[in-house]
Ligand binder design. Structure first.
Ligand SMILES: *Cc1c(COP(=O)(O)O)cnc(C)c1O
Ligand SMILES: [Zn+2]
Length: 470
């Protein structure tokens, strides 16, 4: 719809006007602030994590919550490229980035699909699944890359940067997203490098950065080892770190929560949101996103956030149980994208929980067997969820059993990537070929294999027990 065709009370608010915002990095430890004019990942003063802070956020309070709802809802009908993706929520993500510097590769606005009835009754409650696997590189990481790469693009344009090397460590999806988004920027300025733990990402995930033309470096070890190395590189060399430690990624990932609220017509009373936790960037962004909406009166209540972890990678669960945080050594997990023993964003999570979410945050632990079977069962009922989606679904089932979730609550489960990225684990289940350490014993009734037969209608009909037409 063209601007002139919108109702008059909305017409002048359609395009973001909060462009003179003052944004800074703020340390979550010592609260020192630093200008956004360079790339920073940790506080130069105390080494703490940084978040992006809009010092002029309160100016947004001039518009009442219900009017914000209307602006965001009408804006969906506007065909402006900069506002079509996650930057529909421009004021809440990166108001200082001009719309013509926004890179939108089709991310965000993923469907919220009501869970099939049989699946809901297996879980013990009705719920919906938000398919973040339907992003361009097939995971939610695109949300954060869209904001990060838009910011980089803005820096290249406004600061005349001539050379930039984007780098990340990855359990698979970060590198897929980073390589995709970086490859959209001018190749004479931007290079793209990803560090992967050898043999610990799926073939589909490995093919993605290779296909986008990134330099792919494999090292022995697990994700935590890759993370240590890119952190050192970012500290000592001129590189741009694109892990979720970089707060410019968290800004974009908040869009998940804005969309959930919008898809529920901003009715967040009794809402439960279930997310898998790996490096804890996602759960941080989800909480920050809802907090923004709450502060602006766009929603009236914060949801209950249930974070789910495998018992093979459960530092946040252990923290919630004991009150003490310590990194753990991970064991093999089919929820490989969340197989992280020392989540970088943990300090942000603990702070958000202590200051804002309190009892509205729970951490639930599930087994490897439960994760893969929840994925298989969901996908046998019309869904396309990944292993981390399976982890969320069975985490919800546990939450219901534990009394965290009551019947008739609104529940949204995050399926963070696409089923196809994790087809290898499905195959291992069907073939009973899990390497040692996964602790998964496939059950016959969930196995499925192709059946080789002769090319004969008669033989196939006999096999299927078909009745002849009369
Ligand atoms: C990255 C990732 C996660 C974990 O998210 P964090 O922000 O690391 O907690 C979960 N699922 C998928 C598919 C991912 O790519
Ligand atoms: Zn600090």
């Amino acid at each position: 719809m063209r601007q002139a065709d919108f109702p008059t009370d909305i017409r002048d608010l359609l395009f973001p006007a909060h462009t003179d915002a003052q944004m800074v990095y703020e340390c979550v430890g010592c609260e020192a602030q630093y200008p956004l004019e360079r790339f920073l990942y940790t506080c130069p003063g105390c080494g703490g994590l940084l978040r992006i802070c809009d010092l002029t956020f309160d100016n947004l309070l001039d518009i009442p919550g219900p009017l914000w709802q209307k602006i965001f809802d009408y804006r969906r009908m506007l065909n402006d490229e900069g506002l079509k993706g996650i930057f529909l929520f421009h004021e809440l993500i990166f108001p200082i980035i001009p719309l013509d510097a926004v890179i939108n590769l089709g991310e965000g606005h993923t469907p919220l699909v009501r869970a099939n009835e049989e699946l809901s009754s297996w879980v013990g409650t009705n719920f919906s699944i938000k398919y973040d696997g339907l992003n361009p590189s097939a995971s939610f990481k695109d949300r954060g890359m869209a904001s990060a790469i838009s910011f980089i693009n803005y820096m290249i344009k406004s600061k005349g940067i001539k050379e930039l090397l984007g780098i990340c460590a990855s359990t698979g999806d970060t590198s897929a997203a980073a390589a995709l988004y970086l490859s959209y920027l001018p190749h004479d300025v931007v290079r793209s490098v990803v560090l992967l733990p050898q043999g610990k990402v799926t073939p589909a995930q490995l093919s993605q950065p290779l296909g986008s033309g990134a330099t792919v470096i494999e090292i022995p070890g697990v994700f935590d080892d890759c993370m240590r190395i890119v952190e050192q590189l970012a500290e000592e060399y001129e590189v741009c770190l694109l892990n979720s430690k970089n707060p410019i990624r968290i800004q974009g990932q908040k869009s998940y929560s804005y969309e959930v609220a919008q898809q529920l017509d901003y009715q967040t009373h009794d809402l439960v949101v279930v997310v898998p936790i790996g490096n804890a960037g996602n759960v941080t962004a989800v909480m920050e996103g809802f907090l923004d909406l709450y502060r602006l009166g766009i929603i009236e209540e914060l949801p209950l956030i249930i974070g789910v972890q495998s018992e093979h990678a459960n530092p946040v669960v252990l923290w919630r149980q004991s009150g003490e945080y310590r990194p753990i050594e991970v064991r093999p997990s089919v929820a490989q994208a969340a197989m992280i023993g020392n989540p970088v964003s943990f300090p942000k999570v603990s702070r958000l929980v202590e200051e804002h979410f309190k009892e509205r945050f729970a951490a639930v632990q599930v087994t490897e067997q439960e994760i893969i079977e929840a994925m298989l069962i969901a996908n046998r009922h019309g869904h396309v969820v990944c292993t981390q989606g399976g982890e969320s679904i069975v985490g919800l089932k546990k939450g219901v059993e534990m009394g965290l979730v009551f019947p008739n609550q609104r529940v949204v489960v995050d399926s963070t990537s696409h089923q196809l990225k994790f087809a290898g684990f499905q195959q291992m289940y069907f073939e009973d070929s899990f390497p040692e350490g996964y602790d998964i014993k496939p059950r016959e009734e969930l196995k499925n294999r192709p059946i080789a037969m002769e090319a004969s209608a008669k033989a196939i009909a006999r096999h299927l027990g078909l009745k002849k037409k009369r």
